[in-house]
Design a binder for this molecule. Structure first.
Ligand code: HEC
Ligand code: HEC
Ligand code: HEC
Ligand code: HEC
Ligand code: HEC
Length: 228
């Protein structure tokens, strides 16, 4: 039997040597392990009490993200919906479905469902949804095509390099504020009134960067932005 995932063998060996060296060794070891996709959790489906499908609810039923993730525009947390949000529909729909037993039980007993975390940044990192949404960064830039996921998984590494990549050139990702939850929007949907041609992401992003008052990259890549 193999104790480690094959790609972890060399990392595990490194860890064994790095750890005893000093207190800082722990940091080095952790940093190396964090780099492995196996450890970041990227692409991995998490078992949930109910197999909730974004594909069904977002893409086929057309429900906006904010109907369920109500905190996303106003607070640091997007939040996961309470059972009563599901029951607004499921009191009438799919009432015989066994898949929904835990939802009905939670409603009856007035006990919240224990949804497992999918995306998780370490505690020493400061992250805030509302600032990103308020500056025109779409959910899809950080969470991928939820509208195509029958089961939810973490789409990006969430590593520091990934955050910094965007903070160095946010114009590659900015969109109009009323399109932040769209999973299909693209810059070329917007016509540049001056040229009569569809925008490229770079052109529109640069314009939106000014309009949304996005600060200089030097400011938003400084360590104290995310490590407070
Ligand atoms: C009908 C309600 C509903 C809608 C609409 C909905 N979600 Fe969700 N979402 C959930 C539930 C329930 C979970 C927890 C279960 C899971 O992870 O699948 C969840 C989980 C997530 C997660 C993972 C949470 C974590 O722990 O990291 C992300 C990211 C997410 N949703 C993004 C979106 C985005 C983006 C949209 C719009 C495109 C959206 N959701 C629309 C109900 C909804
Ligand atoms: C706006 C109405 C609405 C809301 C709110 C809603 N659902 Fe649904 N849900 C539906 C409909 C309609 C279907 C049937 C979809 C189909 O058959 O294509 C469905 C199907 C399902 C199914 C079974 C089908 C499948 O494969 O996904 C599950 C499980 C489910 N919903 C869970 C949830 C949970 C959990 C919540 C709350 C986080 C929720 N739903 C909120 C309308 C809703
Ligand atoms: C700039 C990147 C970014 C954008 C944009 C973004 N998210 Fe997130 N999201 C994250 C990160 C990072 C986490 C993990 C946060 C943590 O662990 O503290 C997360 C966590 C979540 C969670 C888990 C619960 C929570 O609040 O931590 C949900 C649900 C979620 N996001 C939904 C959304 C929705 C819906 C949108 C769009 C309206 C969105 N996110 C936009 C990066 C982003
Ligand atoms: C796709 C682009 C993108 C990604 C990915 C991204 N950010 Fe940002 N972030 C932005 C933009 C745009 C701003 C707004 C800058 C401004 O207001 O000047 C911002 C602002 C911030 C701020 C400033 C908040 C404040 O109160 O001023 C923090 C903190 C932050 N991001 C943390 C993170 C972390 C941590 C990650 C990775 C887990 C991350 N961001 C990933 C685009 C991104
Ligand atoms: C845009 C947000 C952001 C900025 C700016 C940022 N970090 Fe990070 N940092 C993160 C995130 C997210 C993690 C956790 C994920 C990981 O380990 O990559 C992290 C992890 C770390 C770690 C522990 C793991 C590792 O990669 O070594 C150290 C040390 C660190 N950051 C130092 C710094 C320093 C020094 C700066 C300034 C030069 C800085 N960070 C700027 C987001 C940021």
């Amino acid at each position: 039997m193999q104790l480690f995932h094959p790609s972890l063998n060399s990392i595990a060996r490194l860890l064994v040597f790095a750890l005893p060296l000093s207190g800082a060794g722990t940091g080095v070891g952790l940093a190396i392990v964090y780099r492995s996709g196996y450890i970041t959790g990227q692409g991995e489906v998490i078992d949930q009490p109910v197999p909730f499908s974004h594909l069904h609810h977002v893409s086929q039923l057309g429900i906006d993200c904010r109907f369920c993730h109500t905190g996303v525009e106003t607070s640091s947390f997007a939040g996961v919906p309470p059972t009563k949000t599901c029951m607004q529909c499921h009191q009438q729909m799919w009432v015989g479905s066994e898949m929904l037993n835990p939802i009905r039980e939670s409603y009856r007993a007035n006990k919240p469902i224990k949804w497992e975390r999918v995306n998780n940044a370490p505690d020493y990192v400061y992250f805030n949804h509302s600032i990103h949404i308020g500056k025109g960064v779409g959910c899809v830039s950080c969470h991928g095509q939820l509208d195509k996921m029958p089961l939810t998984f973490q789409s990006k590494s969430l590593l520091m390099e990934w955050c910094l990549d965007c903070h160095r050139a946010p114009e590659k990702h900015l969109r109009p504020l009323d399109k932040v939850t769209s999973m299909v929007w693209k810059a070329s949907d917007v016509v540049n009134a001056e040229t009569g041609k569809p925008y490229t992401q770079e052109e529109l992003g640069a314009k939106l960067k000014k309009e949304h008052n996005v600060r200089d990259s030097k400011v938003i890549t400084s360590c104290s932005m995310c490590h407070r």
